[in-house]
Unconditional design. Structure first.
Length: 295
């Protein structure tokens, strides 16, 4: 791809061929999807290169939760981090930089996802694009931050099962897989209420429906938190379930407000001096019958 082609991918206002009826052909949808995927891949590639220059700082950030857990278990369990295999250090470095790139570029690729969904919404619903861009990235990063905060406690519980007479050797590749899974689960979980709100904006789920199923959704949230958190301690589950429940309740309130505003707009659009379609149709039938009788 030429330099001009790369620059063309990041145009501020990419062409979005819409027909007179506001619809887009399937081929245009696929071309738009390809362009957005190429943008995301290119940004991730550039982010990975930048992250490689900060590998030492990333390692300290990733190692710190294990170090805190190790200090808490001092005198109880003898634990030590290891790396196995000749290519283990290189693979670990690539994994660390890759996950850091996905997290740091999350505002961009989340906007690309939303930008692909926008053409399917009504014009009056597209104004929520800015809200999504402003909230999606910070929510994901907030979830990652909460996961990072409780990670030492989860590691302390898991490593604490080791017998005192044995040394616990923690393979750093496995540790990093646990680390990244924990953080990504928290980041994605914090996005779920936002996507629920997007379904409401698209007219798929109403605020009334969310309220009717609220008890089951709360129970499902706690079950999801118990299954999704890699650690077995209840503290990690609560730190995921409680914020998710709060965010869901906020999204339900916003969904109800959106539904109320939507109904108000639909009612305000009617003219009191004009007959309704049913009345208008009845009147036409009545007039048609009178004209036939007169003939």
């Amino acid at each position: 791809m030429s330099v001009a082609g790369v620059i063309g991918l990041f145009r501020a206002n990419p062409q979005n061929p819409m027909g007179d009826d506001g619809r887009m052909a399937l081929a245009d949808h696929l071309r738009e999807l390809r362009a957005r995927l190429m943008r995301v891949v290119l940004v991730l590639f550039l982010g990975l290169i930048v992250a490689l220059f900060f590998y030492d700082q990333l390692f300290e950030v990733i190692y710190r939760p294990y170090q805190i857990a190790r200090e808490q278990l001092k005198g109880q369990v003898d634990t030590k981090g290891t790396i196995s295999g000749a290519g283990g250090p290189l693979l670990l470095q690539l994994k660390m930089c890759g996950v850091a790139t996905v997290i740091c570029t999350s505002p961009y690729w989340l906007i690309q996802i939303w930008g692909f969904i926008v053409p399917g919404l009504h014009p009056h619903e597209r104004r929520w694009t800015r809200l999504f861009a402003a909230v999606a990235g910070p929510l994901f990063i907030a979830g990652v931050a909460v996961g990072y905060y409780i990670l030492p406690k989860g590691l302390e519980v898991l490593i604490g099962f080791a017998p005192a007479k044995l040394q616990s050797l923690v393979d750093f590749g496995d540790y990093f897989s646990f680390f990244s899974r924990m953080l990504l689960v928290f980041g994605v979980a914090f996005e779920i209420p936002l996507f629920v709100l997007l379904l409401n904006l698209a007219g798929i789920v109403s605020g009334k429906t969310l309220g009717a199923h609220r008890p089951w959704i709360v129970v499902g949230t706690f079950v999801f938190a118990a299954v999704a958190t890699p650690s077995t301690d209840p503290f990690s589950m609560l730190m995921l379930a409680v914020p998710m429940t709060f965010l869901f309740l906020v999204s339900e309130v916003i969904a109800r407000l959106v539904d109320r505003r939507r109904r108000k707009v639909s009612y305000d659009g009617l003219d009191d001096d004009l007959p309704s379609p049913i009345e208008d149709g009845t009147d036409r039938v009545h007039r048609s019958g009178l004209s036939e009788d007169e003939d």
